[in-house]
Design a protein. Sequence first.
Length: 279
Amino acid sequence: MTDTLVEQPTRSPAVPAGTRRSDRKPRPGRRWRRALTPVALLLGWQAASQTGLLPPEKLSAPSAVAETGWRLARDGTLGVHLLDSLTRAGIGLAIGGTLALLLGATAGLLRLGDDLVDPPVQMARMLPHLGLVPLLIIWVGIGESLKITLVALGAFFPIYFNTYAGIRDIDERLVEAARTCGLGQLARIRHVVLPGALPSLFLGLRLALGAAWLSLVVGEQVNAQTGIGFLMMEAREFSQTDVVLLGLLVYALLGLLSDLALRMAERRTLTWRRGLQAV
């Protein structure tokens, strides 16, 4: 009897289970698809303004806002106010973020720190920091200290809680394995605790940026002489809707750009992390 050789059909190689969608080539049109909704909203807004559905004294057209922005940027007014707002936001983020990192690490790594630091912070987070403006005015006055303090408070709580949670969520078996391998306390923090807490820390930074810009909006409307918030308040007195909308757009762009920069830094830093990708 002769053996019959049956030719097996050729199969395409299977995709490994651990392969991420991010390893595949992105679709060319996906990047532009994210801009469809904002562009459609702007076009609808412009059309409603030109047809009279939106009165200019209530909501200026996007073209009028862009024209006002170009005029203020050309004469240097927008740049002066923007620089002062960025300075306040940077100082407040540095103060609040540094304090949050120190206290969050202390409460997360030390039992004594957890007992002494975490309870008052948990109590303080229930207080809306923007509602503390009258008390802060009594404490620090109505100058630059008030604005920086508001930004620092807005940035503190997201960074603290995510630092604390990131440290406490680390698998204790990893720490024990590092100790078994002979790593000291500082080495375990550097090679185990810090990488494990970084995802939560980046999340806290992103939330802190949003809270910082929100706090700055409120702070710059209290006895300010410069800043985007001051520019909006001054425009409100003269019913300049286009300038008010321009200030809101600047705040939105600042928040978007800072978030994009942080996401890029997160992507470069956490190259080892494999997360679920959108379908």
